[in-house]
Design a protein around this ligand. Structure first.
Ligand code: AMP
Ligand code: GLY
Length: 428
């Protein structure tokens, strides 16, 4: 088969790495890809958001199957446009991608289908939003309705902080039009889990769960980012909790989307807070998590490509995926300053030394080749991924690899996996 992967981050590098290993894959392209992806796929200079450009390329190259990584092209209708052109793709239609594209749609959908989530209000008016905040009290969470690259959420410890978040989004336009409407919701205490299921419109197959580290600093301090690291499995999700999440969250979503005329096809990624009252859904994403995908791709033993195709074909009913018992830890290396402003074009050395460590895979998130050098082109730049028998062992290997990398303008968190490692210590 001739395959096109859309996107150019660590998630897409991991997907390309897994798909390239499939005996079904004859030719692999990635648009736009990056310097690391170029080792697995032919990178083509088409933006992930250029829907007509991608369709044209897929037609010209007789692509059999397109795997869409990021949310923006899904929300923009790439899968619909490919379908119209007769090209099969993995990912939801624009209508189904509203689960991620509009938090207001998502929250109202949860209410219609009794899916457990935080109590909330939707606002297009700053004064009304502030009155709601005054009434509910702090802590409270302010979210932009639209996509804001994972940064549109402010967890506010005080009422004044919440008012400031409303002003920044609505008056200050800190997130552009994504902040014209806000969702304000109850603060949920608990531990967060990233839960994934492949969905074919009707059936769902759970994948292994992971935990992400959204805050930029050690000890989960500082502003939220797109994700500074991840690990899988998480001891929090045992077989019983997995079943409960499938029964209470994933399957009602799959049935609800089908009943409302926009069946979901692709990977459904639920961000769940495991509270003392059980799992509650913080958000849906309509794609693999980044950096969670990197952890999943090094843990999956089955060929991932037929599973993605079965989802697109509506044939997941009898599908099963096998996973290694090994743990995986992903440490993201980002440009100093991220998630604020940062320098681009700095040179990264030592990648080969790091990749030579057994059990380590270096996925590129934001790199380009400049002459013989690899340079950083984004905020999140590398996803250093390691496998080990335990999270503790995988973490040691991941940091061993990080320490081989010579990139003075970069940084990473030094505590990825800390919750699982603390549990592994207690368990002896
Ligand atoms: P989201 O993009 O909705 O997942 O939000 C980003 C992050 O903000 C989440 O991963 C949580 O850490 C935090 N967050 C979002 N909503 C809530 C909530 N209702 N209660 C507590 N934390 C939240
Ligand atoms: N790692 C969280 C996300 O991909 O949204």
């Amino acid at each position: 088969m001739r395959i096109l992967v859309v996107g150019g981050g660590g998630r897409e590098h991991a997907l390309c790495w897994a798909i390239a290993a499939s005996p079904l894959c004859e030719a692999l392209y990635c648009a736009p890809g990056n310097a690391g992806i170029a080792a697995e796929a032919e990178c083509v200079a088409i933006s992930a958001e250029d829907v007509p450009g991608l369709v044209k390329f897929a037609q010209e190259k007789s692509i059999d199957f397109v795997v869409v990584g990021p949310e923006a092209p899904l929300v923009a209708g790439l899968v619909d446009a490919l379908k119209t052109a007769g090209i099969k793709a993995f990912g939801p239609s624009a209508a189904a991608a509203r689960l991620e594209g509009s938090k207001g749609f998502m929250k109202d959908f949860f209410a219609r289908h009794s899916i457990p989530t935080a109590a909330y209000g939707r606002f297009r008016d700053a004064a009304a939003a502030k009155a709601f905040i005054d009434q509910k009290g702090a802590p409270i969470v302010v979210k932009t309705d639209g996509l804001a690259a994972g940064k549109g959420v402010t967890v506010c410890q005080s009422i004044s902080e919440a008012h400031a978040a409303v002003d920044a989004a609505m008056t200050g336009k800190a997130f552009g039009s994504a902040g014209d409407e806000l969702v304000i919701e109850e603060f949920l205490a608990g531990e967060e889990v990233s839960f994934f299921a492949l969905v074919d419109g009707t059936h769902a197959v759970p994948l292994v769960a992971a935990q992400d580290h959204k805050a930029v600093g050690d000890g989960d301090t500082g502003p939220n980012t797109g994700g500074m690291g991840a690990y899988s499995p998480t001891p929090l999700v045992d077989a019983a909790l997995q079943q409960k999440i499938m029964d209470d969250v994933i399957m009602p979503t799959v049935r609800g989307m089908a009943a409302e005329g926009s069946p979901f096809v692709g990977v459904l990624f639920a961000g769940l807070m495991i509270t003392k009252d059980g799992p509650k859904t913080l958000e849906y994403n309509v794609r693999f998590g980044d950096p969670e995908c990197e952890a999943l791709m090094v843990r999956v033993k089955s060929d991932i490509l037929p599973a993605l195709i079965a989802a697109a074909d509506g044939e997941l009913a009898q599908f099963d995926l096998r996973w290694t018992d090994d743990a995986a830890v992903v440490v993201v290396m980002a440009a100093k300053g991220y998630p604020g402003s940062y320098q681009k074009g700095t040179v990264i050395r030592g990648l080969d030394r790091a990749a030579a460590i057994p059990g380590v895979s270096i996925f590129h998130a934001g790199t380009a080749k400049k002459g013989d050098d690899i340079v950083a082109t984004g905020g999140r730049v590398l996803a250093i991924t390691a496998r080990g028998r335990t999270v503790t062992e995988a973490q040691q290997k991941a940091y061993q690899a990080v320490d081989q990398i010579d990139w003075p303008e970069g940084f990473c968190r030094r505590d990825i996996g800390w919750r699982a490692i603390a549990r592994e210590k207690t368990a002896g």
